[in-house]
Write a protein that binds this ligand. Structure first.
Ligand code: SF4
Ligand code: SF4
Length: 342
């Protein structure tokens, strides 16, 4: 599709127009924490961010979501939650976070169709922002992705100092710009090559790499390897790596009630917690920390590729940045490579 230019002085008007017609989310900085929140004004945006601590998957797959409410007793009743169709725009999502929807979509819109997820996904426009300077733990290129990738975004913005180079990727993106067309200019060949240079430099600056050659086959042979025991000695089962991961999608159902009313709520869960697989009988097939550490790696690099044809990691690096005991997923996959050659 076409490429356009938005001069930065026009950004406030664009944000104001988008927020008047949509629920607009963007990266903000609050109490020293970078996160996606609903915004009304461009002054709220913090576009100097690289990655928010919690990924913007939380806009589509909510951390808590009420599925239905109920009233107990003889005249009890159950009322389904209204699925609100709210037209939303996520502005300045990073390409690795946009790519996470290639992993989440088959889970929530595959054999099983989750109306809560699907309604938000279908009614949300993603505007990406190229990572001009990736972080030291970024490794999206290991998945044939790029800091300037257009996967899953409807528009992609790239910062060219005083302006944005805007790639119109989908019809949805094109339609969004119809009402604000006069804010944009056509791009030149020079501006297009500036974007390509920025993307190339960003790719070259990524120094960490994960070797995924035959990873599924390698893991098939290492299920009982001591590597998982040794790694688990450090893990404290905090669940941070899964909560912050843009591709993790485990959830629990909880009933919250008083004597008069209650609600069934879906909440994010983590396979790193000991209770995650606890059965009503008291049996727990993953009561050992080793089995939970192993499961996290197998789910991302073995089970998910086998079941959905895609590795359940985007290379965002959050789990490396925030693990309190420095368990590093790239190092771990490197160890898989080493022990599988022994
Ligand atoms: S496993 Fe780690 S690096 Fe991969 S997507 Fe999840 S948080 Fe990011
Ligand atoms: S963040 Fe680190 S310590 Fe916490 S559960 Fe994950 S691997 Fe274990």
């Amino acid at each position: 599709m076409e490429n356009l230019i938005l001069n930065k002085e026009k950004l406030p008007e664009l944000i104001s127009k988008l927020s008047s017609e949509h629920i607009l989310y963007g990266p903000i900085e609050e109490d020293g924490l970078s996160q996606f929140k609903q915004i009304k004004n461009h002054n709220e945006l913090n576009l100097d961010y690289l990655l928010t601590r919690v990924s913007p998957k939380s806009i589509i797959f909510k951390q808590t979501e009420t599925l239905f409410t109920f009233k107990p007793g003889r005249k009890g009743s159950v009322k389904s939650s209204n699925i609100k169709v709210e037209k939303s725009v996520v502005f300045a999502i990073r390409p690795c976070d946009a790519r996470s929807f290639s992993i989440l979509d088959p889970v929530f819109n595959g054999d099983f169709e989750d109306p809560f997820y699907i309604s938000k996904r279908d009614n949300t426009i993603l505007i990406g922002l190229t990572c001009n300077k990736p972080d030291s733990n970024c490794f999206c290129t290991s998945f044939n992705d790029s800091p300037g990738s257009t996967e899953n975004v409807d528009l992609l913005f790239t910062d060219l100092d005083d302006k944005y180079f805007v790639e119109v990727v989908t019809e949805k993106g094109k339609n969004l710009l119809e009402a604000v067309k006069d804010l944009f200019n056509n791009s030149s060949k020079k501006e297009e090559s500036s974007k390509n240079d920025i993307e190339r430099h960003a790719i070259e600056s990524i120094s960490r790499k994960m070797n995924l050659d035959d990873i599924v086959l390698k893991l098939d042979k290492l299920f009982d390897h001591e590597l998982w025991y040794n790694t688990a000695l450090k893990c404290v089962s905090c669940g941070i790596c899964t909560y912050l991961c843009p591709t993790c999608h485990c959830f629990d159902m909880q009933d919250e009630s008083t004597l008069r009313e209650g609600a069934r709520i879906r909440v994010w869960d983590s396979c790193m917690y000991p209770e995650y697989t606890l059965h009503a009988s008291g049996h727990n097939p993953r009561d050992a920390r080793m089995s939970r550490v192993r499961n996290r790696v197998y789910h991302k690099f073995n089970y998910f590729p086998k079941n959905a044809g895609v590795t359940a990691c985007t290379g965002c690096g959050r789990c490396i940045d925030y693990c309190p005991v420095n368990i590093d997923i790239i190092d771990l996959i490197e160890k898989v490579e080493v022990v599988s050659n022994e």
